[in-house]
Each structure stands twice: as C-alpha cells, then as structure tokens.
Design a protein around this ligand. Structure first.
Ligand SMILES: [Zn+2]
Length: 757
C-alpha cells in the first residue's frame, strides 16, 4: 500500500467522528493534493511538437484577421456576416483543413419601430442612437448597424407609470413587496447586471409589469470605472448594450426548433407556441436616455445597495413618471453560417477534439467575439503548419466558427442538436473561447478536466511577466484570498480550482444538452471593458484599449492549441475524476449548509415578525420596508443518498486514478473501448428527462440558474428546489441525482477494470 492511502487511513483513525460528510471532503482533498503532485503523464513525443506549435501563432496575423472581420457590422443575417463566414472558410481551406459551411434557417426579429418617451410630468423622447465618434471609423457605419434593441422581445405599445426595480431580479421584488409597491400594470426600469438580461423582463412579467427597460448605469461600466471612450475604455453616456432576451434557461437556440437542428425540413413551432420570447416589450437604454426617466420618479428613496452612479437621488416610484414604450419587430427567417473545419486523426479518427468560437457580433464585435475568433484561426493555421511538417494527430480536430451566438447560442446549438447522435459517440472534449482581453487566464469547465487544464496552463508563458499563465493566476488568487486557509490551499492543492460552467457562450449545448466534457478559456482582468454589445466594440477600441499588440491573443492560441494537441495525442484521454469527486462533494456540503441556514433564517425571521421587530424599526415617515414574507419552517432534508453516492464516486475515482497511473507507466496502447467509456463518462452525469421544468438541460451537475441565466447552479435540481422552497421536490430530486452519481461511480469502476491486466 502506497504512502498516500496510509495517510488517508490515518485521517480516519485520528478523527473517527469525521465519518460524516466532511470526512469525505477531507479524504477527497487529500487524494487531490497527493495526486496533483503525481508526475504529469508524459507527452514526450508531443513535447517537441508542442514547442514547435507554440512558436507559430503570430500577433500580426491576429491583428490582420481582426481588421478584416470587424471592417463592417456582421450580425446574424447581414451581408458581411455571410462574407466573414466565407472568408473564414477560404482561410481554413487555404491552410489545408477539410472545411465547409453548415447553414440553418432561424427566426430573427429586427426592430421596425422603437419608442421610449417620458409623457409626464414632463416630455422627453429617448434618442436611442449611438453617435459617431470621429476617432472610430466604424462607428460611422450607422446605416448598416443594428440599432439598440433586445432580440426576441415581444412586440407591444404600452404607456404606464414607471417603477425602478434595481437589477430586477427576484430578491428586488421581495424588497418591493416589503414596501408594498406592486409593478402590476407598470413599466419597470432595471439596471444591467446581477443576472442574464433575459431574466429581467421574465421576472417583471411574472409580477404583472407591462413593459421593461434595461439601462447601463455608469456604476457598472461607465465613468465611475475610468475614462469614457474614446479617451479611455469605459462606456459613454450614449452607448447602448444590445442583446438577446430570450428565456435561455428554458432552452437556447432557435426558438422555433427546441431540441432539433433548424435544418430546412425541421419541424418548427408556430411563433404563438414559443415559450422563450418575452411576455412584455423590452428595450435597452443608454444612461443618457435613462436619466430623465429616473429623475422623474418620486416615492421611496432606494436603499444603498440599489443606488447607481447617476447624478440624482434614486427613487423607486411608482411615478409620477409615465412612460410610453413601443417595440415592433419584423420577425424574419434568416440563414446562418457555421464554418466547420477538420484535421482527420490517423489512429482514432472517430474521437473528436472540438474547438469553437463564434464569428457573429451585434455590431463590429472586435472584443466580442473576434478577439477569440482570430486566436482560433491562428491556432488552426499553426496546426496545419505542423501537419505540413509531418505531425499527424491521433484524434480528429474539429475547428468551429459559430454564427448567431449573440441571439441565443443559435449556431452552436443547432449544430449540436442536428449532430447529437454522432457527437455523443465521437466528441471527447469541447473547448470554447469567446472574447479575449489581457491579464489572467480564466478557466471554467467540467471538473473531470480540472487537472488537465491546470497542467496545460503550467506550460504557457505569460506574455507580460516572467511567470507561466498558471503561476500568474495562482499569485493573483493568493493576493485576493480572504483567509489563510484559502492561501494555504492555493499553495498546496497543486491544481487551481476551475469554475463550473453556467451559460453565456457556445459551450452550453455541448455540456448541458449533450453531456460532453467542456472547457471555456480566455484572458481578462487587466484594463477596462466598457463597450460590450455597443457600436464602439471596434477595431479602434480594441487596438487602443484591448489586447492592443495581440500577445494575449497569441497566448490564448498557445493555451487552447496545447490543450488540443495533448487531448489529440494522449493514448488514454486525460480525464481525472478525483478532482471532480472532491469538487462535487463541496457542492453537497454547500447544499447542506444552505438548507440549515434557510431553516435558521426562517425561524429567526418568523420570530422577529412575531416579536414586532420589523414593526419597531419601521420609520412611519420614512421609506423603510415592512416585515418580510412569513415562510413555513423548512423541513429536515435527507442528504444520505447523495452522501453515500459521493462516497462511492470518490472510491471509484481513486480506483480509476490508481489503475490509469499504473497503466500510463506501462506505456502500452489504450485498451479497446476505454476511451469510448471515458467519452461517455460526462454523459453518465446527464438524465434523458433533463432538469425539472426544463428538459433541454440534461446535465445534473451543472446548469445556468432558472433565475440567473448566466450564473451556474451546481446540483441544480436539488439546489433550485431548496432555493425556491419547493420542499416536496427536494428529497425526490436528491434520490434522482444520487442515482445518477451511483451509476457514474459504476461507470468509473468499469473503466478501471479495463485498465487492470
Ligand atoms: Zn460572445
């Protein structure tokens, strides 16, 4: 028996009463720390090729591609969007990749009429126009640009009193309830931030509002952060954040074809049957257009946490501001163009390593998405150079340039839905990128790839410092850590924790719908970014305030390319399940703490209500809120099925790790069927019936929150039932998810069995 497991046994002996949930966490962490020090599986024959690869990506190429791709507005359905797809195709073909365009027909509304008017107590008509900035040539292409609007907003023409609702997320409406303010029949105005923008009109409609406005408060990405564009990177008063407001947490993709590819003959819903459109009209505003509306509000002064940075006292209303909001769109079918390029594998051609980045934008899209798109292109070119030099990947590489991501991840989702069966059998890993700036590598993804991507990051030089990109992130995290325990973990765990994936980019269909292990990577954290989804996210902005010399574009290509090469070359796909087991155990602990806290908080709140505490602190002449809603005490929940399942997953994970470590040392060929089993491991974490109320989302470990849209909910079926006080659903969901994990543990045991002689 090796030292490591002796250590584990010791932990058990000394702390017998640790045979609780936390015992599992301690064991799992010990296994991770001990094995993260394990020598990284040798990629010796690829190391030389890796070095060769990393020397190829050239910043000047990235710059030239960006200048071409951002020269004109290239949103879904525009001429230049198609031209860009054809140009990318030609480039892939020029480099020798087997490339084609796959197109789909999707529903895309564009605005015919937009009106926002303050009709009383004074008159003001919102300009809804981003002015030309002389220094920025493409900002003058107004005829070709999509105006500021929210795609998939309902058509409507409403006039009503206005109510300011902070971010407009559920917690904000609980506060309005305590003030006795209803938005029934009102138009609400919310500031961007706090959730996916589609959540705001959804929750507003759930509370009876008839219209919704969303504005960019300068507190978020304006002058509060630094100089406004063009003097600095931050949002100008007239800049607007366009965006989709489809209810993506229900399902992303073309609204008319949920779950199937939007091919010509696909069965389509009628528009009246679609659930992902907003129920009320909604429009985005710049803070210059929002100011007169907010200034015309009276009623309670907002609490500190609701304040923004506009030069006024923020009031909630309702009124006296009355606003007219009109949105009328032309609901057209448009063709979209995904570019798919392959380099066939010579040994395992039916095992695919897929890379993706979207090429469509709201306007010029220099940061979002072209900064990532050009890195993907340069990575593909470098791979083709290696092939010319004699390198052949064992597995097939698939490079994807997605269209229509901005409207709702449409291009990637339609492709994933159309090719679902083939992808479930062939797709080993999906690596996504999107916008890329300067600074620190952000690593998000499936925790079965946490060890792997940490090892990749340790091999990439940071272009600005003497550190690797891994060391730079680690040191950044140490400097930001809030406790000595957190610092200790950063110094000893060996692997930096990667964040779980919620939604917000093209990995969603691969991970959440098909159960393909996925990663999302990008650099950020240095400099400002205030032009998101505005006309000013341009080549001029990027070459002044983004990664102006494209060295982080090169670093991104080096990072994702190195990952792709290692995945393509490994005899045994480099999944590690111990980090996964340890991480999911922390999620289980969080849920237990959450349930306990909700029980304590509910008891305390109910007691304070009964004791008149809220009554006593309410200022009858002020704006202080009344007592919160009284809730029934949460029941005690039974987490044992999940605890038992996680104990089994940890055991199987270490069985697999021991077996694969021994096997790798043998240097032999991977046993037949093993990699297929590993490809199916992530799929074993899904359920065909999906999540409660949203069957499109199949993954049981990760999903975007129903009321967050972007932010991840881990163990979503259990966590959201607890958060939404659906007590009768919690225990059944615990049993269901535990069953998934038990099957996952058996899956790992069967993989380990294949490795034993
Ligand atoms: Zn994007």
């Amino acid at each position: 028996m090796k030292f490591c497991s002796v250590g584990v046994v010791l932990a058990l002996c000394f702390f017998p009463n640790l045979i609780s949930g936390n015992a599992h966490a301690v064991i799992a962490r010990a296994q991770v720390e001990e094995n993260s020090a394990a020598p990284e599986p040798l990629y010796s024959e690829t190391e030389a090729w890796e070095e060769k690869f990393r020397a190829i990506p050239a910043p000047e190429n990235l710059r030239a591609y960006m200048q071409k791709l951002t020269a004109r507005p290239h949103h879904l359905g525009s001429a230049y969007d198609r031209e860009n797809a054809e140009w990318i195709l030609a480039k892939f073909q020029e480099w020798g990749l087997d490339a084609e365009i796959e197109s789909y027909d999707v529903l895309f509304p564009t605005p015919k009429e937009r009106i926002v008017q303050l009709v009383s107590p004074t008159n003001f008509t919102a300009g809804l126009q981003e002015p030309v900035i002389p220094e920025d040539a493409t900002s003058a292409q107004q005829d070709e640009q999509l105006p500021g609007y929210h795609a998939y907003s309902a058509d409507g023409d409403v006039t009503a009193e206005l109510v300011y609702v902070n971010y407009g997320i559920p917690a904000d409406y609980e506060y309005l309830d305590r003030l006795g303010i209803s938005v029934q029949g009102k138009i609400v105005i919310a500031k961007y931030g706090g959730s996916w923008r589609g959540i705001k009109p959804k929750v507003a409609a759930e509370h009876g509002a008839v219209g919704c406005l969303i504005y960019s408060d300068p507190q978020g990405d304006g002058y509060v952060k630094g100089d406004e564009y063009p003097a600095g990177p931050w949002r100008t008063p007239d800049a607007v954040q366009r965006g989709s407001v489809m209810d993506m947490p229900l399902y992303p993709g073309d609204p008319l074809t949920p779950g199937v590819g939007a091919t010509k003959n696909a069965k389509r819903l009628k528009r009246s049957e679609v659930e992902t459109f907003t129920k009320i009209p909604v429009l985005p505003l710049s803070h210059a257009d929002a100011l007169p509306l907010l200034a015309a509000l009276d009623g309670p002064v907002v609490p500190e946490s609701w304040r923004g940075a506009l030069p006024l006292t923020y009031h909630i209303g309702p009124g006296p501001a009355r606003v007219r909001l009109k949105v009328e769109s032309s609901w057209d079918m448009k063709e979209i163009y995904n570019v798919i390029a392959k380099i066939a594998g010579h040994k395992y051609p039916d095992e695919w390593i897929i890379r993706g980045n979207h090429h469509d934008a709201w306007v010029s899209g220099a940061t979002d998405p072209i900064s990532g798109m050009v890195a993907l292109m340069e990575e593909a070119r470098a791979m083709s150079e290696l092939v010319k030099a004699g390198w052949r990947p064992k597995r097939t590489l698939v490079y994807c340039a997605w269209d229509a991501e901005e409207q709702g991840l449409i291009g990637s989702t339609e492709w994933a839905e159309e090719h679902a069966a083939e992808l479930r059998s062939k797709a080993a890993v999906y690596i996504n990128t999107d916008g890329n700036l300067r600074g620190y590598l952000t690593m998000l993804g499936s925790h079965t790839l946490e060890r792997f991507i940490n090892n990749v990051a340790k091999s990439i030089d940071d272009p600005e410092t003497r550190f690797s990109v891994w060391e730079r992130v680690q040191r950044k995290k140490i400097s930001a850590a809030k406790s000595s325990e957190a610092r200790a973990e950063l110094r000893t765990r060996g692997d930096l924790r990667i964040n779980a994936l919620g939604s917000g980019s093209d990995y969603t269909a691969f991970l959440d719908h098909l159960g393909i292990a996925s990663l999302h990577l990008g650099f950020s954290g240095e400099g400002g970014y205030g032009v998101y989804h505005s006309a000013y996210d341009s080549f001029h902005w990027y070459t002044n305030f983004g990664d102006a010399d494209f060295v982080y574009g090169r670093a991104l290509a080096q990072t994702t390319g190195t990952a792709v090469m290692r995945l393509a070359e490994a005899e045994v796909l480099p999944f590690n399940f111990e980090n996964f087991a340890e991480t999911v155990t922390t999620y289980l602990d969080e849920l237990k703490e959450l349930a306990e806290k909700m029980r304590d908080d509910t008891a305390e709140t109910n007691r304070q209500i009964a004791d008149g505490v809220f009554e006593a602190i309410q200022d009858p002449k002020g704006d202080s809120p009344g007592p919160p809603k009284k809730h029934d005490p949460p029941p005690f929940l039974n987490f044992a099925p999940l605890e038992n399942a996680m104990a089994n997953v940890q055991r199987s994970a270490s069985h697999y790790e021991q077996a694969v470590t021994r096997f790798r040392e043998s240097g032999s060929e991977s046993p037949a069927g093993l990699n297929q089993k590993l490809i199916q491991a992530e799929q074993a974490l899904t359920l065909p019936e999906g999540l409660p109320d949203r069957p499109w989302f199949k993954h049981q470990m990760y999903a975007p929150g129903f009321y967050t849209g972007y932010g991840v909910k881990t163990l979503p079926a259990v966590r959201e039932a607890i958060e939404q006080r659906k007590w009768s659903e919690v225990d059944p969901n615990i049993v269901k998810v535990a069953d998934v994990l038990q099957k996952f543990s058996q899956h790992l045991e069967s993989a380990a069995a294949l490795l034993r002689p």
